[in-house]
Structure formats: C-alpha cells, structure tokens
Write a protein that binds this ligand. Structure first.
Ligand SMILES: [Zn+2]
Ligand SMILES: [Zn+2]
Length: 256
C-alpha cells in the first residue's frame, strides 16, 4: 500500500520548507532558504531537486518565499501561490507561476491540496491541508489567531504541523522593539503556545498520528515551554510530540 510521508527542511523565522510525498509526487510547501541551502537540505533527506514536482508558497514573507522562484526557475518546476502573494513579490509574470484560488482545492500529481485562508499580515496568505487517499496532513503556521473556518479545515487530520511561535512572557520581556512585539502577538501575527494548545483542543486527537511543533521563535520561545502547554491538552505523552527545528527540520514521517 502506498503511503503519504512528510519531512521538514527546517522551520522558524530564518526559513521554512516542508516536503510531502506520495507515489512519485513530492511537493515542497514553502522554500524559505536559498537555492544552495535548499539543495543541501534536500540531499540530507535523500531527495534530488529534480524529484520535486512543485513548490507551493503560503505567503510572501521571506522565511517562506525566498528561494521559491529561483528554485522553480532552476529546476523548471511550477510554483503555486495565490494572486495576492504573487503580486506582493511582483511574480505575476514568473514563467513557472501557477496561480491558485485561495479557497479552491487543486491537485498536484497524486496529492490533493486544500488551501485555507488564515489571519496573517500578508496580502493573501493561505496554509495547506494535503490529502492522499483517505489521509490528511495539515500544515498550519503563520497565523495570528485561528478562526472557525481554520478549525473546520484542520479538525480531521492524521498529522499536523502546528505553529508554536512564542511564549507571551518571553516575548514581552524579550529583545524585540515594541512595534514588533505588537505585530507578533497580534491577531495577524503568530500563534503563541497557549493559542496552539487551545487550537489542539478543538481537533480530533484520536485521529492524529503525528503532531509536530513548528515555527518556534529562537528569540521568544523554548521548545520545553511549548510542550508544557501542549501536554496539558494532549492525551498522549510529551515524548510523542515532535519538533521541527530551524537547523535540521525533521526526517521523514509516514502516515499509516
Ligand atoms: Zn513565517
Ligand atoms: Zn509570515
């Protein structure tokens, strides 16, 4: 039986990229690293750049889009994004561009993808739920708050990459200037650990095979603080929860 598998090239404010694989299709969700760094990180996961079927970009922030267009151009693969994201980076005429509608599902090879609009301070940001046969992987980062619409799309997932960006106390007393603290903590910024735990309470945890903590701020959070919040609402133990870090992401996980 074929499986859906996923892995991360790295996650955090210095760059994000997630791989999802089923049959001979491999998509890369976001490409926030330079082309060279992307190639190195792909190699460590056993993937040739030419095996990547498509790049999907969630929004125009540098930690998600930096390498997307150059990588797509070099390897002649399509790069999918909303019109708002393309316009924000003047990519409307990029040769490899495939525009998506922010609420309509689309297919890339063996994978079906549902974009989900999220509250974040970008032009037309989306996150993605990836489906293969009856399995669903939810990738959910870069949202300042979650809406009933977001919960509806993510509550039945078999695996979830969930943003735990900051600890509110660390952010408050941390090094960011006041305006940036307000932005990060705001409704269009990033999810804090408590919000991530509140979100987790609303999904069907019986169905979840993997939970991966993602987009953890190096300045304003610690993995242990995120886990402290999540274990309070998670039926499974602390050791079950995985972490996508900035330097290495995480290696392949299978959804059975
Ligand atoms: Zn980000
Ligand atoms: Zn962002």
């Amino acid at each position: 039986m074929s499986l859906i598998e996923f892995a991360s090239l790295g996650s955090g404010s210095k760059g994000n990229a997630t791989l999802v694989k089923a049959e001979d299709t491999i998509i890369m969700i976001d490409c926030g690293f330079t082309v060279k760094e992307t190639e190195i990180r792909l190699a460590s996961l056993g993937v040739e750049p030419s095996q990547v079927t498509a790049v999907l970009v969630t929004h125009e922030h540098g930690d998600h889009i930096k390498g997307a267009a150059p990588f797509a151009r070099r390897y002649k693969i399509p790069v999918y994004m909303t019109y708002g994201t393309a316009r924000a980076k003047s990519l409307e005429t990029h040769q490899q561009l495939a525009l998506i509608c922010s609420h309509e599902p689309f297919k890339v090879g063996a994978l079906s993808i549902q974009p989900v609009i999220v509250p974040h301070d970008a032009q037309e940001p989306v996150q993605f739920v990836v489906k293969y046969q009856n399995k669903r992987l939810g990738v959910l980062t870069d949202l300042g708050s979650y809406t009933p619409y977001v919960v509806n799309h993510y509550k039945q997932c078999d695996a979830l990459l969930l943003e735990c960006n900051h600890d509110l106390t660390m952010l408050r007393y941390g090094p960011y200037p006041p305006s940036l603290k307000q932005r990060v903590a705001g409704n269009y910024g990033h999810l804090n650990n408590q919000q991530a735990a509140q979100f987790l309470k609303q999904v069907d945890q019986d169905r979840l095979q993997h939970l991966v903590v993602s987009h953890v701020s190096e300045q304003n959070n610690q993995v242990d603080l995120a886990l402290d919040e999540l274990v309070q609402v998670c039926a499974r133990g602390r050791d079950w929860i995985k972490v996508a870090n900035q330097d290495e992401g995480f290696s392949w996980l299978s959804i059975l």
